[in-house]
Ligand binder design. Structure first.
Ligand SMILES: *[C@@H]1O[C@H](CO)[C@@H](O)[C@H](O)[C@H]1NC(C)=O
Ligand SMILES: *[C@@H]1O[C@H](CO)[C@@H](O)[C@H](O)[C@H]1NC(C)=O
Length: 401
C-alpha cells in the first residue's frame, strides 16, 4: 500500500512528548485519511463515480448489498446499523438519515431478492442448477457478443435446450432491455450508484468493482440453494458441459493454461467459466474469497483466487477445487483443438471488442462447417479452428479474462 502524507507525518514524531497530546486526534484523522485514500484508489483515476457510489463504497461489503441472511430482511433496520440512541439533535438527524437510507436500501434488497428467486426458480433444472452470465450494455448491442453467445447454443450439439436454464444477469438498464428482447430469463442486478454500462478496461477500478460485485452476487445464488454454471458472454457453447464436470468437485473452474492434473493448484484458472455446487463448503469459500478483497486491494478477483487457493483456510473449509481441462473447456490462450471433444471456447487472451467479435464469428463458422461434414469424416478428420486470427496471441494469461 502506498503511504499517505498523514502516515509519514505521524511516523517520525511519535516519540516527542510534546506532540503526544496530538496523537489520538491525529490517529483519528489518519484513519479517516486512509479510508479516503483507499476509497480513491478504488474510484480513480479512470472515471469518477457519481457521489451516490460513495455510500456503496464506504460500508464493508462493497458493491451490491444483500441481506446477509433472510433474518435481516424482516428486521426494520439492517442488523449492522447502530441502534437508535436518544440523544441531542445532531444524533437524531443522523439517525433519521441512517434510517431512511436503511429503509430505501432494504426495499431495494427485498424486491431484488424476490425477483431473483422468481427468475432462478423459473430457469433451474430439476436439481436446482442454473446457467448464469452477466451482461452490460457494451456487450449487448445488436450484432455484438451476446448475439454470438446465444447463437452458439443454437448451433451447438445438444445445447439449444440449455437456453431454458440460462439466466442473463443484466447489470444496467440497456442490457436488461436487450435481454428482454432476446431471452426468457433476465434478471436486472442493481448496484446502487454504479454505472457498469461501458467497456470495462481490464483492471481499472470500475472493472474491479464489477467483478467483485459479480462474485458477491454468485455467493447469494449459492445461498439460495442453486448450483450454477457461470459463463462469460464471450464463451461459445458447443456441447453440454455437464457430462464433462468432475463428479467430486465443489468448485470447478476453466483454465488459461491447464497443466494436466485437475487437482493441481498450480493450474492457471480463468474465472470466466466455472461450475459451483451449492453446499456449505462452496458458500464458505465464496465468502472467504470475497472478504479477501480487503487484504489485496486493487487486485482483481481472479488473481485473488490465485493467491487464496493455497491458503490454509481454504483447505480447512474443505472446498474441493477442480481445474477443467482445456481439451473440453478451451480458449484462445489454449484452444480445445479437437472439435469432437470441445464443449466451450472462450475468447480469452484477446483484448478489444472488435477483435473478439471477429474471431468469435469465425469460430462459429468453423463449427458450422464441422457440423455439416458427414459423420464418418467428422470423426476421423483432424478438423480444427482457424482462430485466433484477429486476437493477438498473448502468452501471459494475466492480460485477459
Ligand atoms: C451430437 O450428439 C449426439 C448425441 O449425444 C451424438 O450422437 C453425435 O455424435 C453428436 N455429434 C457431434 C458432431 O458430436
Ligand atoms: C450446512 O450446515 C448447516 C449447519 O451446520 C447444516 O444444518 C446444513 O444441513 C448444511 N447444509 C449442507 C447443504 O450441507
Amino acid at each position: 500500500m502506498k503511504s499517505s502524507p498523514a502516515v509519514s507525518v505521524f511516523g517520525g514524531k511519535a516519540a516527542d512528548s510534546a506532540t503526544r497530546r496530538w496523537i489520538s486526534p491525529l490517529l483519528f484523522l489518519t484513519v479517516i485519511a486512509l479510508s479516503f485514500t483507499l476509497l480513491y484508489r478504488t474510484t480513480t483515476p479512470a472515471v469518477l463515480f457519481p457521489p451516490a457510489s460513495l455510500r456503496v463504497e464506504l460500508s464493508p461489503p462493497v458493491a451490491v448489498r444483500w441481506p446477509v441472511d433472510s433474518a435481516v430482511a424482516s428486521d426494520p433496520l439492517p442488523s449492522s446499523s447502530p441502534r437508535p440512541v436518544q440523544n441531542g439533535p445532531v444524533q437524531k438527524a443522523q439517525r433519521s438519515e441512517a434510517r431512511s437510507d436503511g429503509m430505501a436500501l432494504l426495499l431495494l434488497q427485498e424486491s431484488q431478492d424476490v425477483r431473483l428467486e422468481r427468475v432462478l426458480r423459473a430457469a433451474a433444472t430439476g436439481d436446482n442448477t442454473v446457467i448464469l452470465t452477466s451482461l452490460n450494455a457494451f456487450w449487448s448491442t445488436p450484432g455484438s457478443v451476446l448475439d454470438l453467445f446465444l447463437e452458439s447454443f443454437r448451433v451447438g450439439n445438444g445445447t439449444s435446450e440449455l437456453l431454458n436454464h440460462l439466466v442473463i444477469v443484466a447489470v444496467d438498464d440497456k442490457a436488461y432491455e436487450r435481454c428482454l428482447a432476446v431471452h426468457d430469463h433476465c434478471f436486472d442486478l442493481k448496484t446502487e450508484g454504479v454505472d457498469f454500462s461501458g467497456e470495462k478496461v481490464f483492471n481499472t477500478p470500475e472493472y474491479l468493482d464489477m467483478m467483485w460485485a459479480r462474485l458477491d452476487f454468485l455467493r447469494v445464488v449459492l445461498e439460495k440453494g442453486y448450483s450454477f454454471i457461470f459463463s462469460d458472454v464471450d464463451i461459445m457453447w458447443f456441447r453440454n458441459p455437464l457430462p464433462f464436470f468432475y463428479p467430486d468437485g465443489d468448485f470447478q473452474i476453466s483454465c488459461d493454461n491447464f497443466l494436466g492434473d485437475p487437482t493441481d493448484l498450480k493450474n492457471w484458472p480463468n474465472n470466466g467459466f466455472n461450475y459451483v455446487k451449492s453446499n456449505n463448503r462452496s458458500i464458505e469459500f465464496y465468502k472467504y474469497w470475497y472478504s479477501s478483497r480487503a487484504r489485496y486491494p486493487g487486485v482483481h478477483e481472479q488473481n485473488v483466487l490465485n493467491i487464496i487457493k493455497y491458503h490454509q483456510h481454504v483447505r480447512e473449509i474443505g472446498v474441493r477445487i477442480r481445474f477443467l481441462n482445456t481439451k473440453h473447456f478451451g480458449g484462445f490462450c489454449e484452444p480445445s483443438r479437437d472439435l469432437n471433444k470441445v464443449c466451450t471456447m472462450h475468447a480469452n487472451c484477446c483484448i478489444g471488442l472488435q477483435r473478439k467479435i471477429s474471431d468469435l464469428r469465425t469460430m462459429l463458422d468453423d463449427w458450422k462447417k464441422f457440423m455439416s461434414l458427414p459423420p464418418d469424416i467428422r470423426i476421423l478428420s483432424h478438423y480444427s479452428w482457424s482462430v485466433p486470427q484477429s486476437c493477438r496471441y498473448i502468452i501471459n494469461p494475466q492480460f485477459d479474462h
